[in-house]
Design a binder for this molecule. Structure first.
Ligand code: MG
Length: 334
């Protein structure tokens, strides 16, 4: 046991069998905001991303180059990337951000691209990291991409190849890895097949998504074991859990025990609006950081700065953050 921590930090009591450090893949600006009803001004998004970087997050998914007709919340992708790459732009609190180097070169700003057109838009802006978005189930592939699973893989192939040729890092997202709203439980073998296919296309990293939040830890362990047996090591995997049924942290801990060291989370739980029927419940980054720091797992994140950022963003969205940790810490300060 350690001494009593400063206010606002968990006690640190390490557990065996966990990675020493976890890289958090912050999805609030993309996955979060695209699922919020409010459309946030581009200047606010730029400041949000700068604040996240200032809080110590090193991978911040910035936006999506999907057609604005499908995701109007992210129609300002070009403008946002321009603001983020402009060293003269000083959007953001001066105390947190050095205007001469607004976002350091060590901070990765991946963007989602749905197809070759989206990739071309991203490459034209000098983007160094992209993500493609696949589905483990036929129903969601049809609903989201209007293609079969294999047709969507065929669509991604030239996108991944072109990105790799340009020296761009590629992340593959795989949705519906545990349950699907139309098909119910998703067989582990089916997820392994599509995972293998996405990695074989050339994806550097694969993020396993529990899109409807139904996974429980035994299921997570079974999938990770099956992936390992199929030659997919945990060093190429990330996990993306939703807290719809309160299982996201338990599932994350199980993944850590299997060697996964990249975890997706959304600052303040953005994208999981408790007042919207479409609530998807992204795991809140603050809740994740509280657990990881309590376990002695390094993240590089300053929980106080991150929480302040989520409180600030909640004011812009006009509603409180659904994150338990944000609520507990911000309540404490009042
Ligand atoms: Mg999500």
């Amino acid at each position: 046991m350690t001494d009593q921590p400063p206010t606002g930090l968990p006690m640190t009591v390490p557990a065996d069998g966990l990675p020493a450090r976890v890289r958090i893949h912050e999805v609030g600006a993309r996955d979060g905001l695209q699922n919020e009803q409010a459309v946030v001004p581009v200047e606010v998004k730029a400041e949000f991303i700068r604040r996240l970087a200032a809080a110590g997050l090193t991978t911040i998914e910035a936006t999506s180059f999907v057609h604005p007709k499908w995701v109007p919340q992210l129609a300002d992708a070009e403008q946002l990337m321009g603001l983020l790459s402009d060293p003269a732009d000083t959007t953001g609190p001066a105390a947190l951000v050095n205007p001469a180097a607004p976002i350091g070169p060590d901070v990765r700003l991946p963007v989602l691209v749905p197809n070759e057109r989206g990739l071309d838009r991203a490459l034209a802006l000098g983007v160094r990291e992209i993500a493609v978005f696949g589905s483990a189930t036929e129903s969601f592939a049809k609903a989201n991409l209007n293609r079969t699973v294999d047709e969507s893989l065929a669509m991604f192939a030239p996108v991944v190849a072109k990105a790799k040729d340009a020296g761009v890092r590629v992340r593959g997202y795989l949705s519906m890895c545990f349950g699907d709203p139309w098909e119910g439980p998703v067989p582990v073998g089916q997820v392994v097949r599509v995972s293998r296919a996405l990695l074989d296309l050339g994806c550097d990293e694969l993020s396993l998504g529990d899109t409807i939040g139904v996974a429980t830890p035994g299921h997570v362990g079974a999938l990770l074991r099956a992936l390992g047996e199929a030659g997919v090591g945990s060093d190429r995997l990330a996990v993306h859990f939703h807290d719809t049924y309160g299982q996201a942290l338990a599932n994350t801990l199980e993944a850590l025990r299997h060697g996964v060291a990249v975890v997706d989370a959304s600052a303040g739980g953005l994208g999981g609006c408790p007042y919207a029927k479409s609530a998807t419940g992204n795991l809140a980054t603050e809740d994740l950081v509280w657990m990881l720091h309590g376990l002695g797992v390094e993240t590089g994140v300053d929980l106080g700065l991150l929480t302040a950022t989520s409180v600030w963003m909640a004011a812009h969205l006009g509603r409180p953050s659904p994150s338990r940790t944000v609520r507990a810490l911000s309540h404490k300060e009042q």
